[in-house]
Design a protein around this ligand. Structure first.
Ligand SMILES: Nc1ncnc2c1ncn2[C@@H]1O[C@H](COP(=O)(O)OP(=O)(O)OP(=O)(O)O)[C@@H](O)[C@H]1O
Length: 322
């Protein structure tokens, strides 16, 4: 049975008019988000991630295209869309002077929940997001990680089953980031569908079930982190071999495996194959048959940085000026 699509987007585009001419922020993209997954929009600054999120949350109108969000049509039923989603913006939206619990209850009431339900939801979320005991604090008295969790609670307090997180961990220290990742995963495990944007490769890798790589307003690659790494770059098996045997070792490996590429560097032979783990035993067997015993063997999976470099021709970290 196929998993139902929570979001279905087709031909979605947004061009901004500026004094210096039109800016095509998003150039007609198609994608689906499935129920219960964490989908990541990964790309450098200016790739079009936030514009995409803002369109599918009704905050800005698309110039072209359409979308159905949790059963509601984006263009014909924007109120329906708004009631079904939670949106956590980049900078958050907490009111500095407000008490955390009051802020959450107010937010839920804005979505039409009764006082009792709003209070119950707010208290349950404080517990679920490890914010117990902080309901009586002012938002400005929280740490960065606590604030980000309050932002997320604000997006969830009306109990949407779909939440958008724009750069959820930007500005957090490594420990708060890892802690927030755990919370985001636990939301998914309880059935919430999550769409998040990030420029962090490690975040997309650690957190997302599926990734859309965006660059210059387009989706340039799509897949699970593993699929992307495998499809685009392959795994690299590195063998330490006596220099006089490297040519022979490559010939043997080429017979035994479906090699994508090979490279010799002194005592080392690097072989690129689709599935490194599955290739190790046949490779060792073939080498042994030819009387070659490697001094060492390692299998390296490519990083998402390698993926980004392959699809865009530049590193994600260099791409911030795009
Ligand atoms: N209101 C606007 N008016 C004009 N141009 C805009 C507007 N909003 C976004 N843009 C432009 O559209 C492009 C995409 O911006 P967007 O914010 O969607 O990128 P992003 O991938 O979310 O980047 P970041 O990671 O920095 O948030 C950029 O070139 C940006 O300058």
């Amino acid at each position: 049975m196929s998993i139902p699509a929570m979001i279905s987007v087709s031909g979605l585009a947004r061009t901004f008019s500026t004094k210096t001419g039109p800016v095509e922020a998003v150039k007609g993209i198609d994608f689906q988000v499935y129920e219960g997954e964490i989908l990541g929009l990964l790309g450098p600054n200016g790739a079009g991630k936030t514009t995409t999120l803002r369109m599918i949350s009704t905050l800005i109108n698309p110039t072209a295209g359409e979308a159905v969000i949790s059963g509601a049509d984006l263009l014909r039923d924007p109120r329906g869309v708004r009631s079904r989603i939670g949106y956590v913006a980049q900078g958050g939206s907490t009111n500095e002077e407000e008490l955390v619990l009051d802020e959450l209850i107010l937010q839920a009431r804005l979505f039409g929940l009764s006082k009792a339900t709003a209070t119950a939801n707010a208290e349950a979320l404080l517990a679920a997001l490890d914010l117990d005991g902080l309901g009586g604090r002012k938002c400005k008295q929280l740490s960065g990680g606590q604030r980000r969790r309050v932002d997320i609670a604000l997006g969830l307090v009306h109990q949407p089953n779909l939440i958008y997180l724009d750069e959820p961990t930007t500005g957090l220290d490594p420990q708060s980031r890892a802690n927030l990742w755990d919370h985001i995963r636990s939301l998914r495990d309880r059935g919430t569908t999550i769409v998040l944007t990030t420029h962090y490769l490690d975040e997309a890798d650690a957190l997302c079930d599926r990734i859309l790589v965006m660059d210059h307003g387009e989706i340039v690659a799509e897949g699970t982190p593993d699929e992307l790494k495998r499809r685009i770059s392959g795994d690299v098996i590195s063998l330490e071999i006596a220099p006089e045997l490297t040519a022979r070792a490559i010939a043997v490996a080429d017979d035994a495996l479906d090699l994508r590429s090979q490279l010799t560097e002194g005592h080392h032979v690097h072989l690129t194959v689709e599935h490194g783990d599955a290739a190790v035993i046949p490779l060792l067997h073939a080498l042994q048959g030819a009387g070659i015993v490697p001094g060492s063997l390692t299998v390296k999976r490519p990083s998402l940085d390698d993926v980004f470099l392959t699809v865009t021709g530049r590193s994600l970290r260099d791409g911030d000026q795009a």
